[in-house]
Design a protein around this ligand. Structure first.
Ligand code: BES
Ligand code: MN
Ligand code: ZN
Length: 467
C-alpha cells in the first residue's frame, strides 16, 4: 500500500517499488484517474508485477493531512484489508503515520471466533510498516497501543453472545486483568444483599445467572481516584415488561458500559498510567421468571431512597443507582463517569453517530469533550434540569423508574442524578447508540465499536496523572 501526498517526493521505499514495477507508480500518479481522485480515496490495483503483491492500494492524501484525517484514512484501509501481511509506505515527509497504523489496527478488528472461515486480518502486530524512521514510528505507536488493546478487549466482550458471556464468565474475564496489575474484587449476591444493593439485585433476581459487582482498581497514583461506573446487563429481555421479539438479539450488547470500563482499565494498566482509577461494574441479567421482579414492585436502593419499578425494562438506572452510590461511599472519588446503554431514546435523538452526554460540571465536561475531540469520538451534551424531575415523582415511593413518552434519555439521566452527590463532578454517557452499530462505524466494522475507551483513557492520562 502506498500513501501518496501529491507533489511530494517518492522517497527511497516508494522509489524502489517504482523501479521494481517498471515505473508503475509513476504511471499511476501521472494518470487522469489519480488526478481526479479526492483526498482519502483509495485506488485498488491488481496484477502489479515485480513486487510479489497480489493487490496494491494507492491512497491519495491531501496536501496537508490533519492528524484526524490520517487516523480515519487508516481505519478505512483496515476495514478493506483481508491480507495478513501489509506494507505501508508513504511519500517522503508524510507525518502522522502512527495514526494511520492506529486507524488500520482499529479498522482491522474482526470478531470471527465462531466462524469456520477466518478473515485473516486482525488486531495489532500484523502490519509491517516501511517508514523513513522506523524507530520513531515504533516509539510513537507504542504510545497508542495500550488504548487500541483496550478497545479490542471491549469489542470482544460486547460482541460475545449472552450464552457465553454470562455474569460469572464476565467476572472471570475481568479477573484476567490481575495479570496486568489491576486489583480485581468480585462481590457476590450474599455480600451485595448485606451491603444493601436491593435495586441492582432486583434486576437480576429472575435470572439463573447470579448477579455480580466487580471492582477494578488501578493504583498508578496517589490522588483520590476517578471512578468509572458501567452498566453490565449481559442480556436485557426487558424482564416481565418484556421486549418485542424483533431485534431483541441485540440486547446481548447491553453490557457495553461495563465492557468499556474494563477496556479503559486495561488500557491504563498496559500504559502504566500514573493515575488512580477505580472501575465499578454491575453484572446482571434481566430475565422474566417466577422470581423476576414485577411492575409495581418498590425497591430500596443502597442510598436509602425507594423506587417504584413501573417498567422492568428500565433496569439500567436501577443497577447504576446502586453502583454509583457504592463507589462514592467507598472510594470518595474526585470525579465520576458512568457509561450505560441506557435508553433507546438517545438513539432517536443522536443515532449511532454521537454519544449523548450529561454533566453537572462544565469544567469536567469540557475536559472530556476535548479528549473526545482529539480521539475523534463524537459526543453531544444534553441538558439536565429540575424541570424534568417531577416526571419521575412517584405516588408511593421516592421516585419511579420511568417517565412519560418524552425526553426519555433526559429523564433517565435525571433519575441517575439523584444518586450523585451534588459537589461531585460527574458525567453520564448514554452509549446505547454508539457502543454497537448495525453498519460499520468510523473506526470499526459492524458490531461493537469500543466507543469511549480512547477518550476516557486520554481524559485520565491528560488530566488526572500524578506524574
Ligand atoms: N438496554 C435498553 C436500552 C437500549 C435500547 C440499548 C436499544 C441499546 C439499544 C434499556 O434497558 C431499555 O430497555 N430502555 C427502555 C427504557 C424505557 C422502558 C423507559 C427504552 O429505551 O425503551
Ligand atoms: Mn431494558
Ligand atoms: Zn437495558
Amino acid at each position: 500500500m502506498c500513501l501518496v501526498q501529491p507533489g511530494a517526493n517518492l522517497g527511497p521505499v516508494l522509489s524502489h517499488i517504482d523501479v521494481r514495477t517498471g515505473r508503475w507508480l509513476t504511471g499511476v500518479l501521472a494518470s487522469k484517474k489519480f488526478a481526479d481522485m479526492k483526498p482519502g480515496q483509495i485506488l485498488e490495483c491488481w496484477g502489479v508485477s515485480g513486487i510479489g503483491a497480489e493487490r496494491c492500494l494507492v491512497v491519495k492524501l491531501p496536501d496537508r493531512p490533519e492528524p484526524i484525517f490520517m487516523r480515519r484514512t487508516g481505519a478505512r484501509i483496515g476495514k478493506k484489508l483481508t491480507d495478513l501481511s501489509v506494507l505501508v509506505e508513504a511519500t517522503a515527509g508524510t507525518r502522522n503515520l502512527d495514526l494511520v497504523v492506529q486507524g488500520m489496527t482499529l479498522g482491522g478488528y474482526r470478531f470471527d471466533r465462531y466462524k469456520k472461515e477466518k478473515t485473516e486480518t486482525g488486531p495489532a502486530g500484523k502490519w509491517r510498516v516501511m517508514a523513513p524512521s522506523p524507530p520513531t514510528l515504533n516509539k510513537r505507536f507504542d504510545v497508542l497501543r495500550p488504548a487500541i488493546d483496550g478497545v479490542h478487549f471491549t469489542q470482544d466482550l460486547v460482541n460475545e453472545p449472552a450464552n457465553v458471556l454470562t455474569t460469572c464468565e464476565f467476572a472471570r474475564r475481568l479477573c484476567q486483568l490481575r495479570e496486568l496489575g489491576v486489583e480485581v474484587e468480585v462481590i457476590d449476591e450474599d455480600e451485595l444483599e448485606r451491603l444493601g444493593m436491593r435495586a441492582l439485585l432486583a434486576v437480576g433476581q429472575g435470572s439463573d445467572s447470579p448477579s455480580r459487582v466487580v471492582v477494578m482498581r488501578w493504583r498508578g497514583g496517589n490522588s483520590p481516584p476517578i471512578a468509572l461506573i458501567g452498566k453490565g446487563v449481559v442480556f436485557d429481555t426487558g424482564g416481565i415488561s418484556i421486549k418485542p421479539a424483533s431485534g431483541m438479539e441485540q440486547m446481548t450488547m447491553d453490557m457495553a458500559g461495563a465492557a468499556t470500563v474494563a477496556g479503559v482499565m486495561k488500557s491504563l494498566a498496559l500504559g502504566n498510567a500514573p493515575a488512580n482509577v477505580v472501575g465499578v461494574v454491575g453484572l446482571v441479567e434481566n430475565m422474566p421468571s417466577g422470581s423476576a421482579q414485577r411492575p409495581g414492585d418498590i425497591v430500596r436502593t443502597l442510598k436509602g431512597d425507594t423506587v417504584e419499578v413501573v417498567n422492568t425494562d428500565a433496569e439500567g438506572r436501577l443497577v447504576l443507582a446502586d453502583l454509583m452510590w457504592f463507589a462514592q461511599e467507598r472510594f470518595k472519588p474526585a470525579a465520576m463517569v458512568d457509561l450505560a446503554t441506557l435508553t433507546g431514546a438517545i438513539i432517536v435523538s443522536l443515532g449511532h453517530e454521537y454519544c449523548g452526554a450529561f454533566s453537572n460540571d462544565d469544567r469536567f465536561y469540557q475536559k472530556f469533550e476535548a479528549a473526545a475531540a482529539s480521539e475523534d469520538e463524537n459526543v453531544w451534551r444534553q441538558p439536565l434540569s429540575k424541570s424534568f424531575d417531577k416526571i419521575i415523582d412517584s405516588k408511593f415511593a421516592d421516585m419511579k423508574n420511568i417517565g412519560n413518552r418524552w425526553a426519555g434519555a433526559i429523564t433517565a439521566a435525571q433519575f441517575l442524578k439523584r444518586f450523585v452527590r451534588p459537589e461531585l463532578p460527574w458525567i453520564h454517557l448514554d452509549i446505547a447508540g454508539v457502543a454497537w452499530t448495525p453498519k460499520e462505524s468510523k473506526f470499526a466494522p459492524m458490531g461493537a465499536t469500543g466507543w469511549g475507551v480512547r477518550s476516557l483513557s486520554k481524559l485520565i492520562v491528560d488530566n488526572y496523572s500524578d506524574a
